[in-house]
Design a protein. Structure first.
Length: 194
């Protein structure tokens, strides 16, 4: 049996990848269908044939981006053991992640975009974020699930806000100050890990 993707599947994947990178780099309003299609190496007609609309492309990009985090958290927990939060936070606030908007975390780049979307996308975002928080909470020690969940929400909020500020400031010196402050705060708020 042939498990290689068909040409149609390959084209669809290229369009999804281009949409995901474009929305992360430019925001929803900063990129159009023509720009996404050009990045994917297809026509605008091919874009519409595969995804139907810019809104559907954004929805798919959001699902892919948050899915990456859902897959990554257990991997950090497994690979780094009880040191996983520190490893995760250092990765999240690392220079490659700071500089590469297109491939950086969808939580940081797409959360502000979700604010301007319809309730369906808000619901998707909320469901995926709850999955992420539940995975983080599972890797934390605490007196109750509610306590671990609260610390997980705090950790994610600190990282998203921190990375946003780091990317927004002009000087490297200020970015480094923010990075070191957020790193310490994030590790402290996470507390003891499993």
């Amino acid at each position: 049996m042939n498990d290689l993707p068909t040409k149609k599947q390959q084209t669809y994947q290229r369009i999804l990848d281009a949409a995901s990178q474009s929305f992360r780099s430019h925001g929803y309003a900063g990129i159009g269908v023509d720009g996404i299609a050009k990045k994917a190496g297809v026509t605008s007609g091919a874009f519409y044939a595969h995804l139907g609309s810019k809104d559907k492309a954004f929805n798919a990009a959001l699902e892919i981006g948050l899915g990456e985090v859902i897959a990554a958290v257990p991997k950090f927990q497994q690979d780094a053991g009880s040191n996983w939060v520190e490893v995760f936070v250092n990765y999240y606030l690392g220079q490659p992640h700071i500089e590469d908007l297109a491939c950086g975390c969808a939580m940081t780049t797409l959360s502000p975009e979700v604010v301007r979307t319809d309730p369906e996308i808000h619901a998707l975002y909320e469901a995926k974020m709850k999955q992420i928080v539940a995975l983080i909470a599972e890797g934390l020690e605490g007196n109750s699930t509610d306590e671990c969940t609260a610390r997980a929400w705090s950790l994610i909020g600190i990282l998203i806000g921190g990375l946003t500020m780091i990317r927004a400031v002009k000087t490297r010196k200020t970015a480094k100050q923010i990075t070191s402050s957020i790193l310490v705060a994030a590790i402290n708020i996470a507390g003891k890990t499993k």
